[in-house]
Design a protein around this ligand. Sequence first.
Ligand code: COA
Length: 167
Amino acid sequence: MTEIIQNDTTALPALNALYTKAFPDEDLLPLLKRMIGEPDVISLVAGSLDNPMGHVCFAHGTVNGHRAALLGPLAVAPEHQKAGIGTALVQAGIEAVLAGGAEQVLVLGDPNYYGRFGFQQEDAVTPPYALPEGWASAWQSLSLDEELPSGTLELPDFWMDPALWSE
Ligand SMILES: CC(C)(COP(=O)(O)OP(=O)(O)OC[C@H]1O[C@@H](n2cnc3c(N)ncnc32)[C@H](O)[C@@H]1OP(=O)(O)O)[C@@H](O)C(=O)NCCC(=O)NCCS
C-alpha cells in the first residue's frame, strides 16, 4: 500500500521534477507554487516528500455559498503509472475534502479516467471560464450526499487564470 502524505512547501523541488515528467508539454509549477501551503488546499504526496511517485491537489471553492472542491492537478511519475497510485491519491483526497465540508468534488479531466471514481459530466455547476468547444464531457462532478444548486464554481485566485481552462 502506497503511503499518502499531506505535504507543505517542502516537496516543491521534487514536485517540479515529477510534473515535468508527467506533463512534458505543460508548466503547472506556477499553479502548484501558489497552491501548496495555502490553508484551504489539500496537497497529497504518494511515496516520500523528497522522491514523490505521485501528487494531487484539491482546492476548496463555493457554489452559491455551498462548499465544493476542485480536484487538480494530479500527476503520477511515468515509471509508477498503472500501479494504483493515482487511484489512492484521488480517493484519499476525496475523503479529506469531505471531512473539510465539501458537498461536491469537481474536476476538469479525462472522463475515461475519472469515470472510474463515479465522476459524471456536470452541467448545472459551471466552471469559472467557458471551456473550449467539445470539452463538456471533461467537466465532471462527484456528488456526495446531495447535488449542489446550480451556479458557477467560485475559486481562489490561483485558479482564476483563463489559460488553466483552455487548450
Ligand atoms: C492519469 C494518471 C494520473 C493516472 O495515474 P495512475 O497511477 O497511472 O492511475 P492508476 O494506477 O490508479 O489507474 C490506472 C488505470 O487507469 C487507467 N488510465 C490511466 N490514464 C487513463 C486515461 N487517461 N484514460 C482512461 N484510463 C486511464 C489505466 O489504464 C489503468 O487502468 P486499469 O486499472 O484497468 O489497468 C497518470 O497516468 C498521469 O499522471 N498521467 C499524466 C498526467 C495526466 O494526464 N494527469 C491528468 C489527470 S487529468
